[in-house]
Design a protein. Structure first.
Length: 301
C-alpha cells in the first residue's frame, strides 16, 4: 500500500490495475458478503458452541465462522476461479490472477457468540501480497453487518456507500474531524494477555486526551463507523489483513486516512484511522503513548 494509506483515484473510472473491472469486483464482494451474512444469522444453531480456539482460550472459532468462510470460498471460486483466497479460518489458496480475495467470515466472533449484534462479514478484492504489510492494496470490498442487514461497499475511485433496508444507498463521508479532546475513538483488544497488557498501558495514556473510547468488538464495523462519521477515529494494535482489508477501502473512499504508527502503511503493530487532520493528531498521541508504554514482550515484537 502506498505511504500514508491514501488510495489514489484510478486512471480510468471503473478500471483498475491490469484492467480489472472494479465495479464488478465490488458487486461480487457485496453479493457474497450479503449471502454469508444471511447464512450466519439464519443458520445459527440453537446452541452455538466453540468449535476450536486459536491464539488463546478466548480466541474462538464457531462452526458458523468455518461455514461462512467455506461459502465465501466456494462462491468466489465459482465466479472467479483464477483468483487467490485468504481467510481468517482454515483453507487459503494461491491464485493465478492479480486478485486475492481477503475475507473475514465473521468479524466480531465473540459478539456473535454472545448474541450482541455488532458482527460482520468482510470481503475484499486485493492486489499484491496480503501477507506482506505495505505490499498490497484493496481495490474493491464490502462489509455486511449481519445482524443489522446494513451493507458498506466501495471500489477504488467509486466512493463509499452504505445500503440499509428501506433507504436508498447513501454516500459515506468521514466526519469533519473534531479536536482530539472532543473525539469519540474506537479501539479493540487482542486475545492474548501480553498483547492486552501493552494495549492497556497505551490506552491509559490516550484516554485522558480524548472524549471517550468505544470498544464495539468488530474492527471492520469500527472502520465503517469512522467512514460514516459515527465514530470520529479508531486505533488498534494486532489487526490482520482480513480484519481491515474491505473497511480500509470504505474509509479511504469516504475521505479517511489509515496508517501505521509511523505514518506508513498499517500493519499488525498498529492501525490508526480517521479524517486527515484528526487521524494525524491521534497517530501522534498513540505513538507518544506507545513510546512510553512498558517494554513488555509484546512491545518488542
Ligand atoms: C476481532 C475483532 C475485534 C478486534 C480484534 C479482532 P474476530 O476479530 O475485530 O474488534 O479487537 O482484534 O481480532 O476475532 O472477531 O474476527
Ligand atoms: Ca476479524
Amino acid at each position: 500500500m502506498r505511504p500514508g494509506g491514501q488510495l489514489p483515484a484510478p486512471e480510468r473510472a471503473g478500471s483498475g490495475p491490469a484492467g480489472l473491472d472494479l465495479p464488478g469486483l465490488e458487486a461480487l464482494a457485496a453479493e457474497v458478503a450479503s449471502e454469508a451474512a444471511r447464512l450466519v444469522v439464519e443458520e445459527r444453531p440453537a446452541r452455538l458452541d466453540v468449535a476450536r480456539t486459536k491464539s488463546s482460550a478466548t480466541d474462538v472459532v464457531t462452526v458458523m465462522d468455518q461455514r461462512s468462510q467455506d461459502l465465501l470460498r466456494a462462491r468466489l471460486r465459482a465466479a472467479r476461479p483464477d483468483d487467490g483466497f485468504l481467510g481468517e479460518e482454515e483453507g487459503g489458496r494461491a491464485g493465478a490472477s492479480p486478485v486475492t480475495w481477503v475475507v473475514d467470515p465473521i468479524d466480531g466472533t465473540v459478539n456473535y457468540l454472545y448474541g450482541i449484534p455488532s458482527y460482520a462479514v468482510s470481503v475484499a478484492a486485493v492486489v499484491g501480497d496480503p501477507s506482506v504489510p505495505g505490499a498490497w492494496e484493496t481495490v474493491a470490498g464490502a462489509v455486511a453487518g449481519a445482524a443489522t442487514g446494513e451493507l458498506f461497499r466501495a471500489h477504488r475511485g467509486g466512493g463509499a456507500w452504505v445500503e440499509r433496508a428501506g433507504a436508498p444507498p447513501a454516500r459515506l463521508q468521514v466526519g469533519a474531524g473534531s479536536e482530539l479532546a472532543q473525539a469519540l475513538v474506537g479501539t479493540g483488544f487482542g486475545y492474548e494477555a501480553h498483547v492486552r497488557e501493552w494495549q492497556a498501558a497505551v490506552l491509559l495514556r490516550v484516554l485522558p486526551s480524548i472524549r471517550d473510547i468505544r470498544r464495539i468488538g468488530s474492527a471492520a464495523l469500527d472502520l465503517c463507523a469512522v467512514a460514516e462519521g459515527a465514530l470520529d477515529a479508531y486505533f488498534e494494535r494486532g489487526l490482520h489483513a482480513w480484519d481491515l482489508a474491505a473497511a480500509w477501502l470504505v474509509l479511504a473512499e469516504a475521505g479517511g486516512v489509515v496508517t501505521g504508527l509511523a505514518g506508513g502503511p498499517p500493519d499488525w503493530s498498529m492501525v490508526v484511522a480517521g479524517p486527515p487532520d484528526l487521524q494525524e493528531r491521534l497517530r501522534s498521541l498513540v505513538a507518544e503513548a506507545a513510546a512510553q508504554a512498558p517494554r513488555t514482550r509484546q512491545a518488542a515484537e
